[in-house]
Design a protein around this ligand. Structure first.
Ligand code: F0G
Length: 372
């Protein structure tokens, strides 16, 4: 098999690039689709649940899919610098891809409200990190204003290339399963990812899609490579303290332990509603307790460590399964958007304490025996 070189190379016929486009890649994409082995039985569910582990992208989240294309197109257009607002993962991806491209990156993050791993990434990759005394929504407004006036390319998901890159996740799922799943579940924050997933599924079946920003449904490769015979029902899950799609309006002061989705005024509002409505799906919400207990459940029963925001997809699914809203025997794919190592503080805070023990065989054996 040829050396995998990232999603732009893999799907170049379905992305807005030409032979002369200078591709900026870290070989993102091609993430594992892992079937859960114990959870379905524990939940009394007779169908299949698979997780698309996007935490295994180069910077540890799905953002790399959009960032490879956004930074590639920024470089192609002659930009020397990029800017974004972020709850953490976008800033990590922007910083890494800017480094790869030899560009400067500016990232605006809510002061004290991003997970430590993400901050470390942005700093280590050499981004100019601006901690603002405001939330993600404030940052989003500011980067839109600044990029309108200054020579910095905006790489948040209002940049249509981001969603174009992110749609490739659906192509990979369709290829792996041979068709689309019955349901696709994922966490919703700024709402770009649910829109991008839907766009990818639509293109896999030859449907036109509003999110295909570069071609308005007219491009020759629309529907090209179609492999799916159907599209999944899309379910979008939010954290209860940060759930504008459930309230039907922006939330002024969003709060949740799942800091990646601590967003009150999502940019892809209409696209996300379209995805849910056209697919016959719905939005639902989970409490912080449900999110954290699902994160731990997945880590302990399946060996998969995702960050709290990512666990929202399974937390919501578990509630909908229990409520009988999901058809029995279905195949369900959940996107796990980011790796658990991004947020070590939250993981450690909710885990059993470690055991301080002398470096002697006796007490260690005694301790081990208690668990056998
Ligand atoms: N999960 C994780 C781990 C995220 O980082 C994000 C968004 C989402 C889910 C929600 O995806 O915004 O497309 O609905 N993080 C952005 C950031 C906002 O700045 O890193 P969405």
């Amino acid at each position: 098999m040829a050396h995998y070189q990232g999603l732009i190379h893999r799907y170049r016929d379905r992305l807005p690039v030409s032979d002369s486009t200078p591709v900026v890649t870290l070989n993102e994409g091609n993430t594992p689709l892992v079937e859960l082995q114990r959870l379905p039985g524990m939940l009394g569910f007779d169908g299949r649940i698979l997780v698309k582990f996007e935490g295994l992208n180069p910077t540890g989240s799905f953002k790399d899919r959009g960032m490879t294309l956004a930074v590639t197109k920024a470089l192609e257009s002659g930009a020397r610098a990029i800017i974004c607002a972020s709850t953490g993962n976008t800033s990590a991806a922007a910083a890494a891809y800017a480094a790869r491209a030899g560009m400067t990156s500016f990232v605006l993050i809510p002061e004290g409200k991003i997970a430590l791993g993400k901050l470390a990434q942005a700093m280590m990759h050499g981004a100019v990190v601006l901690q603002i005394q405001g939330n993600f929504d404030d940052g989003m407004r500011l980067v839109q204003e600044i990029s309108a006036d200054m020579p910095v390319a905006l790489v948040n998901s209002v940049n249509p290339y981001r969603l174009q890159g992110q749609k490739t996740v659906a192509f990979e799922i369709v290829e792996a399963l041979g068709d689309a799943p019955d349901y696709h579940v994922l966490p919703v924050g700024n709402a770009g990812n649910i829109s991008a997933h839907w766009s990818g599924y639509c293109e896999s079946t030859g449907h036109e899609t509003a999110a295909c920003g570069h071609c308005a449904g007219q491009c020759p490769y629309h529907g090209h490579g179609a492999r799916a015979t159907r599209r999944p029902v899309m379910l979008g899950y939010q954290a209860a303290g940060s759930a504008p799609f459930l309230r039907g309006a922006p939330v002024p002061q969003p709060e949740t332990v799942a800091t990646a989705i601590r967003i009150g005024n999502p940019m892809s509002w209409s696209l996300a509603w379209a995805a849910v409505r056209e697919s016959g799906g719905w939005f639902a919400e989970c409490t912080d307790e449900e999110i954290l207990s699902t994160q731990a459940l997945l880590a302990r029963s399946e060996g998969i460590f995702c960050e709290p925001s990512s666990a929202t997809s399974l937390a919501g699914l578990i509630k909908d399964l229990r409520a009988g809203r999901i058809k029995s025997g279905s195949t369900i794919v959940a996107t796990l958007t980011g790796h658990g190592l991004k947020d070590p503080d939250t993981a450690i805070a909710q885990s059993q304490p470690t055991h301080a023990v002398a470096a002697d065989k006796g007490p260690i054996a005694e301790l081990i025996a208690r668990f056998l």
